[in-house]
Write a protein that binds this ligand. Structure first.
Ligand code: ATP
Length: 637
């Protein structure tokens, strides 16, 4: 098998709970129960103000809602009769038997009743419906969460796995047909949805029902209310038969004692890739990986107890790179942002004592280009920023450092629980010029501590490339911090785990100091006249042009050279756009001075760049656009 099974009897979530609870009270020693976890939460909150969950909203980043002891255990309670997940889709472990005795319930009658009204459970008595539904759902259920960064999605990261279920946080920027596909593919038994996104979920479920023809089992729908949102969306959801999230919690049993997973290999989370290069694939993560990655997420960043973390990174993206669980382990405070703007980020830093946040490079670009009246500089304290998701241009890293942010650059994928490498800072870099520091820090770096193996392989020989900084190969990983596999996708699993390694499809070089540097994704590399051009390197140079706010370079078909670079550029707001042709020529001239001539983009197109919810530029859409434009006709080179 691709991921070695380990014999140590480690139970991920329990360990995390132990860390939280172990520092606080002897109570914990008596049991691993959730009730005691909550005791801990309560005590810590009262004593030290930790573990609070605040919602910061609006343009101003004001705290809108504070929630200090939400009942993860109650969520878990409601799901207690469910057996462990059957993972037979992707490995051979036999499902474990539960030792709870199922209650006799009128199975058929209930299923019919639930299927009948507006797709949702319409039972007048939510408690009854919920408990019974979960029993009926059996042991193969997943709980989908469709929500921005609000406290409920954080809570779901605990309540759902503690119930033995798998949490599937859905990208909220997807359209209804794609969400319908995901819900159908994962067979979500429960959908927890933010009131603002209820109509989207409703549309998705309608599509799913139509497509399913027969055998459609309507999931139970739970709606998260938020007093800061339009009350009409909540009323509408409730009218449609959705259960109010708070009522759902109230219906739980506070004395419920949760059970650890029987096997550390049991699934904890399902997340779909963002689909920037292909259709979304369901990445299944296990408890052991989540546990190890949560601890190393804190460790590599030198995060201490009591960190104040701003949720700029969506929790639906690789479970917030495992910082959801890491923050609980550290008794950290989570500041949630419904919408990320530069103003809200600076405001939260000023008013909430933020010490850490994670963000894709495009978010950093927004922060450095924020109008001066929105910024709070100098920063009131050192703010640590972790960036990943795309290659950060050195110019953006330098600008962030100038503003007093300390950047940790990491690289990884949904398939590796988020980060797999970190560009570990070397003391000797301290004395280097800022630009050199930024260039060194823009390399992807060295293996994360939780990951057993990471290398750059020659794709033909499957052996490591030399550490010469020039030979390009594919980044491969293996070990605990690699997913179990893609859900219901044996073909892809076979492909990505060929030769006992996970194949990332990212192309990189290894430098003599062992640090890796990504040159491109294999699908993004531009092949012009037989020569490889790294779109990342062309972009990094374009980012140095004074008028360029954002850029992305893709291959355009070229009659003479096969492909040639085409640059999409968003100009800074203060640039005079009356002569776009002149601006394009100026950019090409700038490129000619700074890069080999065959790298120079032959077309420059101005406009906003399409992005995913995680801030990734959607090169697939740009490629489709250049395809429509047709090939470059007469190449002068
Ligand atoms: N620091 C980084 N530098 C360069 N590229 C990065 C960095 N971090 C992440 N990436 C890119 O992001 C990819 C992982 O993204 P993610 O798992 O979010 O989904 P996706 O790969 O965009 O979705 P899909 O596989 O459907 O295209 C990596 O394979 C890599 O190409």
């Amino acid at each position: 098998m691709f991921n070695p099974r380990f014999e140590m009897n480690v139970q991920a979530i329990i360990r995390i709970t132990q860390i939280e609870a172990g520092v606080v009270t002897e109570d914990w020693m008596r049991s691993d129960g959730v009730g005691l976890k909550m005791n801990h939460y309560k005590k810590t909150t009262e004593r030290e103000g930790h573990c609070a969950i605040d919602v910061v909203g609006g343009e101003d980043g004001d705290v809108l809602k504070s929630s200090q002891s939400k009942s993860h255990n109650k969520v878990a309670t409601l799901m207690r009769e469910v057996h462990p997940i059957d993972d037979s889709d992707y490995h051979e472990v036999q499902p474990k038997k539960t030792n709870t005795t199922p209650k006799p319930i009128p199975r058929v009658k209930q299923i019919e009743e639930w299927g009948s009204v507006d797709l949702f459970c319409s039972n007048d008595e939510p408690t009854f419906a919920t408990k019974n539904f979960l029993y009926l759902a059996g042991r193969r259920y997943k709980v989908a969460v469709i929500a921005p960064n609000v406290p409920a999605i954080y809570e779901a990261h605990f309540g759902v796995p503690m119930a033995g279920a798998v949490v599937n946080c859905v990208n909220i920027r997807l359209d209804a047909p794609t969400i319908a596909f995901l819900l159908g593919h994962s067979s979500a038994a429960i959908v927890i949805v933010d009131q603002e996104l209820f109509s989207l979920a409703e549309e998705a479920l309608q599509i799913l029902q139509e497509k399913s023809k027969s055998g459609f089992k309507a999931p139970l729908v739970i709606v998260i209310g938020d007093e800061n949102c339009d009350p009409k969306t909540l009323e509408y959801a409730l009218q449609k038969g959705a259960i109010h999230y708070e009522k759902f919690l109230e219906a739980g049993d506070p004395d419920f004692m949760w059970k650890p997973p029987n096997d550390e290999w049991q699934s904890i989370a399902l997340g779909y890739t963002s689909g920037t290069t292909s259709s979304p694939k369901g990445v299944v993560l296990h408890h052991r990986g989540a546990y190890l990655m949560s601890l190393s997420a804190a460790f590599v960043w030198g995060m201490n107890e009591g960190a104040v973390y701003l949720w700029t990174l969506p929790m639906f993206h690789c479970n917030g790179w495992c910082y959801t669980w890491a923050l609980a382990a550290l008794c950290g405070t989570s500041i949630c942002l419904r919408q990320v703007t530069a103003k809200a980020v600076y405001s939260a830093i000023a008013t909430q004592g933020v010490t850490h946040f994670c963000a894709a490079p495009v978010v950093l670009n927004t922060i450095v280009n924020a109008p001066p009246e929105q910024t709070i500089l100098p920063l009131p304290r050192l703010v640590h920023v972790m960036t990943a998701g795309a290659a950060p241009p050195p110019s953006v890293l330098a600008a962030m450092s100038e503003r007093g942010f300390r950047i940790a650059h990491t690289y990884g994928l949904s398939e590796t629980y988020g980060p797999s490498t970190i560009c570990a800072w070397k003391p000797e870099w301290d004395s280097l010029p800022l630009e050199t520091q930024a260039r060194l820090n823009s390399r992807q770096g060295v293996r994360y501590i939780a990951l057993e193996g990471l290398d750059v392989f020659d794709p033909k020989t499957n052996t490591p490339v030399p550490s010469d900084g020039t030979t390009i190969g594919e980044i491969v990983m293996r070990g605990n911090a690699v997913m179990k596999g893609y859900l219901k996708n044996p073909e892809e699993n076979k492909k990505v785990f060929a030769n006992g390694w996970f194949h990332s499809e990212d192309l990189a070089v290894k430098h003599p100091d062992g640090y890796i540097e990504i040159k491109d994704r294999s699908k993004d590399i531009i092949i012009s006249g037989g020569e490889n051009i790294s779109s990342v390197e062309v972009e990094n140079i374009l980012y140095r042009h004074p008028h360029v706010l954002e850029t992305s370079v893709v291959a355009r078909p070229d009659e003479k050279w096969g492909e040639s670079p085409c640059a999409f550029v968003t100009l800074k707001p203060d640039v005079d756009r009356s002569d776009e042709r002149g601006l394009g020529e100026d950019i090409m001239k700038f490129c000619r001075e700074k890069m080999p001539v065959f790298w120079v983009p032959k077309s420059v197109i101005f406009g906003p760049l399409p992005k995913t919810a995680t801030g990734k530029i959607q090169k697939n859409l740009l490629r489709a656009k250049v395809k429509d434009m047709g090939p470059v006709k007469r190449s002068r080179l």
